[in-house]
Design a protein around this ligand. Structure first.
Ligand code: BES
Ligand code: MN
Ligand code: MN
Length: 476
């Protein structure tokens, strides 16, 4: 084991790492327990499980030595807060964020082992939420626990705010942050809910896409009717829906909503270079999902299109008769879910307005179209030239033997942008998932060696960060 690099306050990463290394089985069995709770936030039948997950996490934080543990009810699912604030006023404060909710597990038939009965196979733990985000969230708590148990104190002050509706676009945390700015005030936020470049190449994500999503309901006759009797005489909601959807995007992926690209900033040459330097094996990326060729707007590379350009996707479509044989009807209704990934400087509310107006102009006669907004969150972009990032870089070097790469990712963490706006701080997005963890898909998994390495990296980060004069100037 290497000598402690930080000893100015008697803190040593070494002691905490030795402590963490002495408890691999405890850390694994705690992860099992957390993953067994089916905390699916979108489904009302899981409200008790959501509560159970919040309670479990609060109890685990208490065992870790965190203090002031509180479960805040919201209009949606509860928030879990805790802190440890005895490092001293001259030490910076880290705000950890994570989410204890998970995506629905269906299609259940496609899971090799049930989604809420975790199983380890060849160094991976398989379960819904293993990588997104329970495994990664627990690493944060375990790192704090190891430091507290080994040293009796933390090198910095820490706060945790953990939500239970990240996956369902809930408003709980969104409303909570501006009302609790003092409670959440910190010098830097830290999130582990993204992935590494490869199993041995850590990545700091400095940009995430935003999101604007809508449900489209098309209503025609009050009941399904005979397509011979009515066909040609009334409009068909599915035909109308398909007509609308087909004009949202062209065959190459250009979005056709008027004004959609107005606020999209051009990608500078330097940025394009950095994005395309990311270690990315496109063949393997496609092969893993049995797709033979990539697709998307021809002006940009796959990495640019998935990380730094906006997109539009139909996520679901339903309507009419889909059973065996034929059924000659004009259906009464049709529905689709559409979401758009947004990039910095696009305003999700403005995009919502634009798609609403456009769909009005596309709506043919004889049907009613109802648009329901399902979520709107802006993209985020971080300043990675700040000292805290250097502390994270050094932590990566200490554990993985190399610097992290900086990447923009295509996924969304709605709260990341809001932390910057409402709390005025940057976020370090240092995650330990892998690109092929199958998040949101059947057989989600988490590579266990990186669960342990991640804990060690976070320990190093906290110790390194204490050595940086990162305290924000106190007013007055
Ligand atoms: N952890 C993911 C976001 C993510 C995934 C970031 C991969 C970077 C790489 C997060 O839990 C997520 O899935 N977010 C949703 C947000 C949506 C439901 C508002 C998303 O991106 O679809
Ligand atoms: Mn997540
Ligand atoms: Mn997710």
């Amino acid at each position: 084991m290497s000598k402690a690099t930080f000893s100015s306050n008697g803190y040593s990463a070494d002691a905490a790492i030795a402590f963490a290394r002495s408890r691999p089985n405890t850390y694994l069995s705690e992860l099992y327990d957390f993953l067994r709770i089916p905390s699916v936030s979108t489904r009302p039948e899981h409200v008790d499980d959501i509560k159970a997950a919040a309670d479990w996490l609060a109890a685990n934080m208490e065992t870790a030595g965190l203090e002031n543990i509180r479960i805040f009810p919201t209009t949606g699912h509860p928030l879990v807060y805790s802190d440890w604030l005895h490092a001293g006023d001259d030490k910076p404060t880290v705000l950890f964020y994570g989410h204890y909710d998970v995506q629905p597990a269906d299609d259940l038939d496609l899971w090799k082992t049930p989604p809420f009965e975790p199983q380890v196979r060849k160094d991976n733990i398989y379960a819904r939420g293993a990588s997104d985000d329970k495994g990664q969230l627990l690493m944060l708590v375990k790192a704090v626990e190891a430091l507290l148990r080994a040293n009796g104190a933390l090198p910095v002050n820490v706060k945790f705010i953990v939500e239970g509706e990240e996956e369902s676009g809930g408003h709980g945390l969104k409303d909570f942050i501006p009302e609790h700015v003092d409670r959440l005030s910190a010098d830097i936020a830290f999130i582990s809910d993204t992935s590494m470049a490869t199993w041995d190449q850590p990545a700091i994500v400095y940009g995430l896409r935003g999101m604007c999503s809508v449900n489209i309901d098309v209503v025609g006759p009050k009941l399904d009717v005979h397509s011979g009797v009515y066909g040609g005489g009334i409009n068909n909601p599915i035909n109308a829906l398909v007509h609308i959807l087909s004009q949202l995007i062209d065959a190459d992926g250009h979005i056709l909503i008027p004004g959609f690209y107005d606020d999209v900033l051009p990608l500078e040459a330097e940025e394009r270079e950095r994005i395309n330097a990311f270690p990315f094996d496109e063949e393997a990326w496609l092969q893993r999902i049995l797709v033979t060729e990539s697709w998307g707007v021809p002006e940009y590379t796959t990495l640019e299109r998935t990380g730094a350009r906006p997109t539009l996707d139909v996520n679901g479509i339903i309507g009419g008769y889909t059973g065996d044989g034929a059924k000659t009807i004009i259906p009464s209704k049709a529905h689709a879910k559409v979401s758009m990934r947004l990039v910095p400087n696009q305003n999700p509310h403005d995009i919502l307005k634009k798609i609403t107006q456009y769909i009005e102009t596309l709506t043919p006669a004889g049907v009613q179209v109802k648009l329901t907004p399902m979520g709107a969150s802006p993209a985020s972009i971080m300043d990675y030239h700040i000292p805290a990032m250097k502390a994270a870089e050094a932590a990566c070097r200490a554990v993985f033997g190399r610097n992290p790469v900086y990447a923009r990712e295509g996924g969304s963490i709605p709260i990341a942008g809001q932390i910057k706006r409402d709390l005025g701080i940057e976020t370090i997005l240092l995650g330990f998932g892998l690109p092929h963890d199958r998040i949101h898909a059947p057989n989600e998994r988490f590579y266990l060696p990186n669960y342990y390495r991640g804990i060690e990296t976070i320990i190093h980060f906290l110790v390194n960060y204490a050595g940086i004069n990162a305290r924000r100037p106190v007013a007055g």
